[in-house]
Structure formats: structure tokens, C-alpha cells
Write a protein that binds this ligand. Structure first.
Ligand code: G3H
Length: 494
């Protein structure tokens, strides 16, 4: 029963006060301070999570450091077994976790189900893939001037303690995508959940604990990003930082983390380029899905479309014609709602509204949407947008797509490459050869030809350049990033 399994992670009041996990016990913070998690759907309190003192964070980090040594020494097959069991528990509690995600972060039932199923599959894939990670040996005589006999035995070893900082938009999946590879490579993990989404992330940590992760190897540090980030990121007991979140926060964390290895996925403003020979129906549908799914709160969401004025006219007409069939704003719990519900908070919605208004004031034209009601932003299409307008110059985490006119596709490439972001881009053309040639001109993490930007399938490399990220994720790539090479060189006595 979920109630028993998760019973002692909160005081079970209404609303519940959730605890933090210090590595061995779930308990409230001695500070008594908590932060409320408010449902974006109806403003109700989902629960509270504790705000830890520096001393409590230090204790979790000390335990993590101490426990990591024996965890790394644990046979790989045992670590794999524990991680597979966590995936099984996630599937077992799917309905419970889905209901929690819907309420906590405003996902629709399908989106929440997708996140939970994908998380269990991802964890299993990590646990399978890790078994093919190999070390290697190198002999010295390949290098000029060296004789045979000096042998480097190169193993892959853990960094130590990984700090995993996850965002609100995939609080289970993007926490698991850090926990699983970190544990499998022999690290201990200290999880900093998002505030909103934090309750779902705490449930995930509970699952790993119950699956058999030993005391100290996994723990949570909860509280506001500023307070926890300030204390923990630069902490000498943190060996590596894995972060998903917005670019400004990422830049601040990278500064504080100094020489620690980083694995960051940050914001994106993901452009789409539509060539004259594209299948316009496919392009329009992909633009709608890419821009409005989960109310535009995916880091891979489409933010702007670059094309010539003639194509733009045709495409915008098609987008407007297709939107009623694909998009219906509403309560994410209602089966009638399609793609667009509330954004994460009213405060976030106000910022999106301000970006729309500022762009319109500077000459953008709002062809549909643009209005706000509490945390709801109407699905919005803007034309006459130029790259300097706030709606695309900064990442807008909401259901807004902007059309930018270009006179040539070389100009489109220049605009994309001048952006301070570089997560993904898409190009639509019936000629895959032209798509490939154009893709190679773009300085972004990945380019999709005839599809909207997206992370999955999750074993593909996923990365951002510039303000969009550091390092590469994806199953094998994350396992590599969460470990380091340790060469031991056997020198032949002279
Ligand atoms: O929000 C960031 C996620 O990594 C994007 O994943 O493309 O599957 O929505 P997604």
C-alpha cells in the first residue's frame, strides 16, 4: 500500500508536512522552518517541505562522504539489483505518483503517466548499460621515444558525492536521471529537489532507499534554491554537481562550484526553421506540439520559428487552423484539456505575460492568445518578432511561440548562432540532404530534421552549448560523466 510505503516521509497531517532524509532517517528540520508547495491547479497547499539549517546539510554531506567508500566497493551486480528494484517500485506505485505529479506541478494525466513510465524505463536502461562500462590498458611504446613495458591500467571510478539538483518540470524523471547513473558508478548522491515538485522527488528518494541503497549513500537537502545552493554547491564534500534548471541559476551555480565537474542542462529557446519545400502540415503540427506541450514548460519547447514572409503567412494560417483540434486550455485534470494548463505559479505566469506585453509594445503582433488568468496563459502566437525582443532573447517558460521573418536561411543560421542559448533546433524540409547541410551550420546541442526538439529517446546524447548546458547526458554519456578515469601506471624497473 502506498500509504504504508511512504508513511514515514511526512507527519500525515492535512496538508502533510514532508520530512527530509538525512541518509538514515526521515525527519523534520530542527529549524522548524518549512516552505509551502502550492498546487498550480487550484492554489491549494499540497504539503510543506523543510528548510534545512547549514548544520543539517553538513551532516547529510558528511554521511554521504563516509558511506561512499563502501558503496563503491559494493559489487556492481548488487548495485544493479538495487537500481532495478527501484524501477520496479516506481512502476508499482505509478498511479500514486501520477496523482501526486498532477496536483504538484499541474501535468495532465497523460503527461504525468509518461513521466513515470519513462523514468522506470530509464532507470532500467542505466542499470543494464552500466554493465558494459569498461576500463582499458595502454602500453607506453605507442608514443615516440618510449619502449614497451610502462603500462597504464585505466579504471572508471566514482567522483565521490554527487549533488543532484532537479527542476520542477520533470521532478521525478530529472531527479532519477541523476540519481541512477551516480549510484551505479559508485557515487553517493545528495538530492536537492525543486521546491515545487519537491514532494514527488522526495517520494522517489524514498523508493531508492527502500530498494536497498545503504544508509548515507542517498539523502536530501531541501529548502529554497538560494539558501541550499549557497551552502552546498561550493561545499568541499561535494565532488560533482549535476543540475537541470534555468540558465541564470546554472551560471551562478557554475561560478560557485569552481573546479568541480559539472553536468548541466539549462534553458533553451529552441528555434525551428521551415524551408519552402517543407511539408507544411507536418511542420505546423510539430510546431503546435513542440510549443504548447506541458504549457511550454519543457526546456526543449519550441520558442520561435524562422522562415521567409511568404512561408510564414502560409504556416501561421495553418497553425491557427490546426490549433483548435490540438490545443485546449483548461484544468489538467479534465480529459477535455489538451496540451495547455496552468504554468507552475501565478508569479511565473505574470513574468510570461510581461514578456508578451513588452514584445507587443516593441512591434510584435499577437495573432492569438496573449492573455493571462491567474496561472493560466492563453496559447499564444506572435508574429513580427525580432531576436532582440524579450520573448525570445530570454527563455520564456510558457505557451508562447514567435515567428521571426528572415530573407534567407543563412540569415536564420546567423540568428540561431548569435543567440546566447544553444540547446536544440529543428529544420523542416522534404530534402533530408538540405536538412543535414543546414544542421551542420548550427551551433546548438542537437538538430532535429522534420521533428520538434526533444530529449528522447533517452539514450541519445542530450546536451546544450553556450548558456544551455555543460557536458553530455544520455544513458551512456551520463554514466561516463558521473565517473572519472583512474590510471594506475606500472613502471618497468630500469
Ligand atoms: O525540460 C527538460 C527536459 O529534459 C526535456 O525533455 O524533451 O522529453 O520534454 P523532453
Amino acid at each position: 500500500m502506498p500509504a504504508d510505503f511512504f508513511a514515514d516521509i511526512s507527519d500525515q497531517q492535512t496538508p502533510p508536512h514532508y520530512f527530509y532524509f538525512d541518509g538514515s532517517t526521515w525527519k523534520p528540520s530542527a529549524t522548524g522552518a518549512t516552505v509551502e508547495v502550492i498546487s498550480p491547479i487550484d492554489g491549494s497547499i499540497v504539503g510543506t517541505i523543510p528548510m534545512l539549517s547549514s548544520q543539517e546539510m553538513d551532516t547529510a554531506l558528511l554521511r554521504a562522504t563516509e558511506a561512499q567508500v563502501s558503496w563503491e566497493a559494493t559489487p556492481m551486480n548488487k548495485r544493479v539489483g538495487i537500481v532495478h528494484l527501484a524501477a520496479d517500485w516506481i512502476r508499482h506505485f505509478q498511479d500514486y505518483l501520477v496523482a501526486l505529479l498532477i496536483r504538484e506541478v499541474g501535468k495532465s494525466k497523460d503527461e504525468a503517466k509518461g513521466e513515470i513510465a519513462r523514468t522506470a524505463d530509464l532507470i532500467d536502461y542505466f542499470a543494464d548499460e552500466v554493465q558494459s562500462m569498461r576500463g582499458m590498458t595502454l602500453d607506453s611504446d605507442n608514443f615516440p621515444g618510449f619502449e614497451k613495458g610502462r603500462i597504464a591500467m585505466i579504471e572508471r571510478v566514482a567522483h565521490g558525492t554527487v549533488l543532484a539538483i532537479a527542476p520542477f518540470n520533470y521532478p521525478v524523471n530529472l531527479t532519477a536521471s541523476k540519481i541512477a547513473p551516480a549510484l551505479l558508478m559508485g557515487n553517493s548522491v545528495v538530492v536537492k529537489p525543486p521546491t515545487q515538485g519537491g514532494i514527488s522527488a522526495l517520494h522517489l528518494v524514498r523508493i531508492f532507499e527502500k530498494a536497498g541503497v545503504p544508509p548515507g549513500v542517498i539523502s536530501t537537502v531541501t529548502g529554497t534554491g538560494e539558501v541550499v545552493g549557497e551552502h552546498v554547491v561550493s561545499h568541499p564534500m561535494v565532488s560533482m554537481v549535476a543540475f537541470t534548471g534555468n540558465s541564470d541559476t546554472g551560471v551562478a551555480i557554475a561560478g560557485k562550484a569552481a573546479m568541480k565537474p559539472l553536468l548541466f542542462e539549462c534553458g533553451g529557446n529552441n528555434p525551428v526553421v521551415v524551408m519552402p519545400d517543407a511539408d507544411m502540415v507536418v511542420a505546423a503540427r510539430e510546431i503546435i506540439k513542440g510549443a504548447f506541450a506541458y504549457s511550454g514548460q519543457r526546456c526543449t519547447g519550441i520558442k520561435y520559428v524562422l522562415t521567409t514572409p511568404a512561408i510564414r503567412e502560409q504556416l501561421v494560417a495553418l497553425v491557427l487552423k490546426t490549433m483548435p483540434e490540438m490545443v485546449k486550455m483548461g484544468d489538467p485534470r479534465s480529459p477535455e484539456t489538451k496540451l495547455v494548463g496552468p504554468v507552475i505559479s501565478e508569479e511565473a505566469a505574470i513574468k510570461i505575460e510581461q514578456a508578451i506585453l513588452a514584445s507587443v509594445k516593441n512591434g510584435a503582433k499577437c495573432v492569438i492568445g496573449g492573455k493571462r488568468n491567474k496561472a493560466m496563459i492563453e496559447p499564444t502566437v506572435l508574429t513580427n518578432v525580432v531576436p532582440s525582443m524579450p520573448i525570445i532573447a530570454k527563455e520564456t517558460f510558457g505557451p508562447v511561440v514567435s515567428f521571426v521573418d528572415v530573407s534567407s536561411f543563412d540569415e536564420a543560421a546567423v540568428i540561431i548562432n548569435r543567440s546566447s542559448y544553444g540547446l536544440q533546433a529543428s529544420v523542416f524540409t522534404k530534402d533530408e540532404g538540405s536538412g543535414l547541410v543546414f544542421a551542420k551550420k548550427l551551433n546548438v546541442g542537437s538538430v532535429q530534421v522534420n521533428g520538434s526538439p526533444q530529449r528522447g529517446p533517452d539514450h541519445f546524447p542530450f546536451l546544450g552549448v553556450k548558456r544551455s548546458g555543460v557536458g553530455v547526458q544520455g544513458v551512456r554519456y551520463s554514466l561516463e560523466a558521473m565517473s572519472r578515469l583512474r590510471p594506475v601506471v606500472l613502471n618497468k624497473p630500469q
